[in-house]
Design a binder for this molecule. Structure first.
Ligand code: NAD
Length: 295
């Protein structure tokens, strides 16, 4: 595999393009938005500058990495020469199904089609293509250049040789891949989201406050970030959507989202990205300030 097309140039897409380009793959980064593409290249440039400053790479490495990336707003053209397509567009089922149909129609027959989805069934995505055996999940973690884990998710019909190729490729990127079967939440979110949900219930039921809950998990369990701070970082809307996928997918009430989370998302308190969640990010500067309603 040499030619990699990344669909979606947002938070994850720019990181995925960055790591492939650093390892000398030829990367085409596709987005519907020209602005998103420009922003992605700026972000990759800034992240590479940081690596130069830390003397992890040279100026020449930076230039070579950026030189390995081309951008496009034309998906059919962007995938026409791909050996591997990694889709990292907005998390929306109908959008992903539409994109995969389009990729399948335009990418070479031998190309492997991967999705970075956090919660959508790989088997469902594969079913809209004519090559379900070549469709796989490649679930990276944010920030992609830093986080080592890749969940490699086998759809119901994914060919074993495709899985082996993607495991090998992930290692070439300097990542640690783990092989997972395609069931709701895969493995990481299936374990993480119930933990976060229990933290929401602990707050909702008045057992402990925001600072106390996060302190318990940081100092008692050695977590680098407390669950409420982590939820703010992930996005409370994203947490709710994944809990709903687990709840619907398994039909088990243990995954029912905490009513406090539902209320916060309805009120537009989505965590860091909206400026407020369990913490207030507008007034807080660098220090975490607990949102007024929880004080
Ligand atoms: P984002 O909103 O930052 O970026 C999504 C990008 O997709 C946008 O630039 C948008 O313009 C583009 N897009 C929308 N429709 C498109 C189309 N038809 N063709 C091409 N581009 C299109 O989202 P993100 O956080 O980068 O998430 C992307 C994917 O990665 C999602 O499936 C998400 O579940 C998954 N994911 C996210 C995280 C995370 O922490 N953010 C972690 C792991 C996986």
């Amino acid at each position: 595999m040499q030619n990699i097309t990344v669909i979606g140039a947002g938070t994850m897409g720019n990181g995925i393009a960055h790591i492939f380009a650093m390892k000398n793959f030829s990367v085409t980064l596709v987005d519907i938005s020209e602005t998103a593409l420009e922003k992605a290249i700026t972000t990759i440039g800034k992240n590479l500058d940081r690596m130069v400053r830390k003397e992890k790479i040279s100026e020449a490495d930076k230039a070579a990495t950026l030189g390995n990336i081309t951008t496009s707003t034309n998906l059919p053209e962007g995938v026409s020469n791909a050996d591997l397509v990694v889709e990292a567009a907005t998390e929306n089922v109908n959008l992903k199904l539409k994109i995969f149909k389009q990729i399948d129609e335009n990418a070479p027959a031998k190309a492997v089609l991967a999705s970075n989805t956090s919660s959508i069934s790989i088997t469902k995505i594969a079913a809209v293509t004519n090559r379900p055996e070549k469709v796989i999940g490649m679930h990276f973690f944010n920030p992609v250049p830093v986080m080592k884990l890749v969940e490699v998710i086998n759809g119901y019909g994914t060919d074993k040789s495709v899985t082996a190729d993607i495991m090998e490729l992930s290692k070439k990127l300097g990542k640690v891949p783990v092989e997972i079967k395609d069931y709701p939440g895969f493995a990481a979110n299936r374990m993480l989201m119930p933990l976060l949900n229990e933290a929401f219930f602990t707050l909702y039921e008045g057992v402990a406050g925001v600072a106390e809950i996060d302190t318990v998990m940081k100092l008692g369990m050695g977590h680098p970030m407390g669950p409420l701070q982590l939820a703010d970082f992930v996005g409370l809307d994203v947490c709710l959507a994944i809990l709903n996928v687990l709840h619907d997918g398994f039909g088990n009430p243990k995954y029912a989202p905490c009513p406090l989370l539902v209320n916060m998302v309805t009120a537009g308190k989505l965590g860091r990205k909206s400026g407020e969640g369990f913490y207030n990010y507008k007034e807080g500067g660098k220090d975490l300030v607990i949102a007024t309603q929880f004080v």
